[in-house]
Design a protein around this ligand. Structure first.
Ligand SMILES: *Cc1c(COP(=O)(O)O)cnc(C)c1O
Length: 303
């Protein structure tokens, strides 16, 4: 690992709703590992970076203008001394997002391509470098968008090892590409229930994704909660923003509006509705992503 991950903080969230029900509500603070390469992204990158370093290959990856994955890759490559290129969805804007500015500062070369072309590329992302040949060096190591690849899942599985000390009955994560979820499922024990909260609307292919990532799709301990996407990817409501501010003022816990806020909102909602049995221990993964809050209008958040 490029960063110290041996002491992941596991904070207890002392919410009235969980305490009343004698539920241990814990948050694994992967966000604290590093402000940019935070959370799950570092883990998903782990084996890719190892491979790139071993064979001294430049790295190429993909993402949108606010992508946590691009930000993490840029920073991690800088730390590892690897050249890297980010292929960005959409034409270059007049003013770059704070995320992309950070990527450039970290030495990432950016190539902007149209949404149509990007769509074609990402559809073929697991293939050889052929489809990106014009944009990148032949010898590059290609990391699919969001680390969506069996190697990414293997990296994410390290999260389960490093948080095993929490003794959780439930492990809960937000889902984007499902790579982190796949990693958790690789190492969770059969009696641990794994709860997935998609942050996209109409996200119906989680099982197919798991089959690609892990070679297995029927996990008896997997539960998917599809009703907490708040309108879709990166969509938000005033209620969600208010919830984030409450989490911060009550517990000092910062969240991001795309992933972790929706996940924790879902968990609190299910606790209130007595989904969880009294006495159980819940481990929520704070998968990071705080840099993405820079896309919110100024003053939305109190942190
Ligand atoms: C990318 C991301 C996720 C989703 O992870 P997947 O492995 O793509 O499902 C969750 N939380 C945060 C903060 C992220 O940046």
């Amino acid at each position: 690992m490029l960063f110290d991950t041996t002491h992941i903080a596991i904070d207890e969230l002392k919410a009235a709703e969980s305490r009343e029900r004698n539920i241990g509500l814990m948050v694994a603070r992967l966000d604290k590992i590093h402000p940019v390469v935070s959370g799950n992204k570092l883990f998903k990158l782990h084996y890719f970076l190892e491979e790139a370093l071993l064979h001294n290959k430049p790295v190429v990856t993909f993402g949108g203008a606010y992508s946590n994955h691009l930000a993490a890759t840029a920073y991690a490559c800088r730390e590892a001394g690897l050249p890297c290129t980010g292929i960005v969805r959409g034409e270059a804007p007049a003013r770059l997002s704070p995320t992309l500015q950070g990527c450039i500062q970290d030495g990432m070369k950016l190539i902007f391509i149209s949404r149509e072309e990007y769509g074609r590329m990402s559809a073929n992302m697991n293939g050889s470098a052929d489809s990106y040949r014009e944009a990148i060096e032949v010898n590059s190591l290609i990391i699919p968008e969001g680390g969506y690849h069996p190697l990414g899942a293997r990296g994410a599985s390290l999260i389960t090892d490093l948080t095993a000390k929490a003794g959780a009955d439930y492990i809960i994560t937000a889902v984007g590409t499902a790579t982190t979820l796949a990693g958790i499922l690789l190492k969770a024990s059969p009696h641990q229930q794994v709860i997935a909260i998609p942050v996209l609307k109409n996200f119906t292919d989680i099982h197919e994704r798991l089959l690609y990532l892990n070679g297995q799709m029927d996990y008896k301990n997997l539960h998917i909660w599809n009703e907490y996407h708040f309108g879709g990817y990166a969509k938000k409501t005033p209620e969600l923003i208010q919830f984030m501010n409450e989490l911060y003022s009550q517990f000092g816990l910062p969240t991001d509006f795309v992933y972790t806020a929706k996940m924790l909102f879902a968990v609190m909602d299910k606790i209130k509705n007595n989904y969880f049995p009294p006495g159980c221990r819940i481990l929520c993964l704070h998968t990071g992503g705080l840099q993405g809050n820079q896309s919110l209008p100024g003053g939305s958040l109190i942190f």
